[in-house]
Each structure stands twice: as structure tokens, then as C-alpha cells.
Design a binder for this molecule. Structure first.
Ligand code: BV8
Length: 247
């Protein structure tokens, strides 16, 4: 995509916007080699659907299986580096007075790209917490037991992510809704917009007159509601949009 490919009203909106809110999903990390949620069911994990692995019930049923799935994803994230899409959003943050980045991703790549105002709606795979006490645990004895045990209560350890049927961190969700309701421009990037309550955020912006723009190679349930939908990879579209707005 070339800077000239963007409608003038989008460039004008970006340059004049006081407040911009962005929602990202797994698609923005795809070009960093982190499988999207749908793709995370490849190879030996193809036998499971995500909701089977990412729920408290799945962990109670087979804690070793769930821990190892997250250990596999954690090493993929550890090897990944932020891509041009992540870096472009960090530059947007530096040029827009009020910029809020809301992510469903648990990979921490936005922060590693230097983005400061990141709201993690679904937690972070690089943190670990106690399944019983629900508090983050920094260190534990590697006894070989999988999952390892909490050094305080002996409960099992789990990734500090939000599983299906678990409520989101109230403060993060409140801030995200606030940002969506008060933005001039809402960007939905690399998300299939099927998982709630994250998927309702673009509509919070729409309902209050915010301009909605989508970046996704595919059509999503949101596409029909977006003022503009740029069908390309985030790592290509976002740098081009940045150059178009601030040549
Ligand atoms: C809750 C962390 C209260 C863990 C995740 C209302 C209606 C229907 C259902 C519900 C509802 N409200 C609640 C529910 C239930 C459920 C839900 O939404 N279910 C869905 C499946 C219908 N929600 C919950 O359970 C939430 N909790 O509501 O608590 C409660 C309590 C008890 C009982 C009921 C409710 C918790 C949701 C959070 C779950 N945790 N992640 C982990 O990561 O392991 S969700 C996880 O999946 C991700 O975080 C993300 O949110 C989602 C995946 O979506 P995407 O990120 O969009 O990824 P996906 O692979 O789908 O798509 C990638 C997209 O990128 C594609 O469109 C593709 O085209 C595009 N793409 C690809 N390459 C690129 C690209 N785009 C740009 N550039 C590229 N290069």
C-alpha cells in the first residue's frame, strides 16, 4: 500500500484527532511469527479447539496439557520480535495527544516495541500466577512437576492470562471502554472480532460518533460497520498510513 492509497478524510482525521483508540488482536503479531489464535491449533495442538485449552475447566481436567500448551506458546513469543506494524503504532502514540492501545494479545510485543499506554485485556503469557490464590508468582522451585507448584500455598501455577468464562481485569476493561467511548478515531487491527467483551469496543466508539477503521486482510463481522477497511497485513498498511499522515 502506498501513502496515496488512503482516502483524504482518513489522513485528515489522523492529523486532527485529539484522541485515538486502537484494538489489536493476534493478526498484528502474525508477521512476528506468533501464530494467531486460530493458527495456534496447528500441528500437535490441532486436536483441540482453543476453548478446550483456555478455560479453568480444561486446566482442572488436564493441568499438564494446558501448562505445556502455554509453555509452547511462551517459547514462540520469547523468540519473536516486534514487527513494522507494532513499531508504527508506537510512532502513532508519539504523534497523537491521547492515544490508547487496547490489546487482546498476551505476547507483550507492543510494549517491546516501545508503546507505553498499553491496556492488556487478556493478561500476559510471560507472567505466572497461582491457580488457587490468583496472585502473580515470580519464582518457584523447579521440582520437575508439571505444572509447578505455588511456593506459598502449594497450589498449581498457571499463566496470568484471562481464560474463557473468566472475567477480564475490571480496571483494564473500564479504561478500554472509556477510551473507546471518548475517541475521535477507533482503529481495529488484526482481530476477527468474535471474542467478547473485546469485540464490543468498536461499537462503543461507533455509537458515540467515532470514525471506525479496520485493518485486516480478511473480511470480519466488523467490516460492514467500518467507515474504511484496509485489507492488507498490518505490517504493511500501518507504516504506509503513518507515512501518508506524517510524510
Ligand atoms: C467473560 C487469552 C464473563 C488466553 C483469550 C457475548 C456473546 C457471545 C459469547 C460471549 C459473550 N460474552 C462472553 C462470551 C463468552 C466468551 C466469548 O467471547 N466466546 C466467543 C468464542 C464467542 N468470552 C469470555 O469467556 C470472556 N469472559 O465473558 O467472562 C463470563 C463468565 C462466565 C461465563 C460466561 C462469561 C473472556 C474472553 C477472553 C478469553 N481469552 N485470550 C490465551 O491467549 O490463551 S481470547 C483470545 O482469542 C485472544 O486474546 C483474542 O481475544 C481471541 C482471538 O481473536 P483474535 O486475536 O482476533 O485472533 P484470531 O486468530 O481469531 O483472528 C486473527 C485475525 O487477524 C483474523 O481476522 C485474520 O484475518 C487477521 N490477520 C491475520 N494476519 C494478519 C491479520 N491482520 C492484520 N495483519 C496480518 N498480518
Amino acid at each position: 500500500m502506498k501513502p496515496g492509497d488512503f482516502p483524504a478524510e482518513v489522513i485528515e482525521k489522523l492529523r486532527s484527532a485529539r484522541s485515538v483508540a486502537v484494538l489489536t488482536g493476534a493478526g498484528i503479531s502474525a508477521e512476528s511469527g506468533v501464530p494467531t489464535f486460530r493458527e495456534a491449533q496447528t500441528g500437535l495442538w490441532a486436536r483441540f479447539n482453543p476453548e478446550e485449552l483456555a478455560t479453568p475447566a480444561a486446566f482442572r481436567r488436564n493441568p499438564q496439557l494446558v501448562w505445556e500448551w502455554y509453555a509452547w506458546r511462551r517459547q514462540l513469543v520469547a523468540q519473536a520480535v516486534p514487527n513494522a506494524g507494532h513499531r508504527a503504532l508506537t510512532e502513532f502514540e508519539q504523534r497523537i495527544p491521547e492515544f490508547t492501545l487496547i490489546t487482546q494479545n498476551v505476547d507483550g510485543l507492543h510494549q517491546r516495541a516501545g508503546c507505553r499506554r498499553v491496556i492488556e485485556l487478556h493478561g500476559n503469557i510471560r507472567r505466572t500466577k497461582c491457580f488457587e490464590e490468583n496472585v502473580v508468582v515470580e519464582t518457584w522451585d523447579e521440582t520437575g512437576e508439571v505444572p509447578p507448584r505455588c511456593p506459598r500455598c502449594g497450589g498449581r501455577l498457571r499463566p496470568d492470562v484471562v481464560w474463557f468464562e473468566e472475567t477480564l481485569p475490571p480496571e483494564a476493561l473500564e479504561k478500554a471502554i472509556q477510551a473507546a467511548q471518548t475517541c475521535d478515531l477507533f482503529l481495529s487491527i488484526g482481530t476477527s472480532t468474535v471474542v467478547h467483551p473485546a469485540a464490543s469496543l468498536p461499537y462503543e466508539a461507533l455509537d458515540r460518533g467515532g470514525m471506525l477503521i479496520e485493518v485486516n486482510p480478511e473480511i470480519t463481522p466488523l467490516t460492514g460497520n467500518a467507515r474504511h477497511s484496509f485489507h492488507g497485513p498490518a505490517g504493511v498498511v500501518l507504516p504506509a498510513l503513518l507515512r501518508a499522515a506524517w510524510p
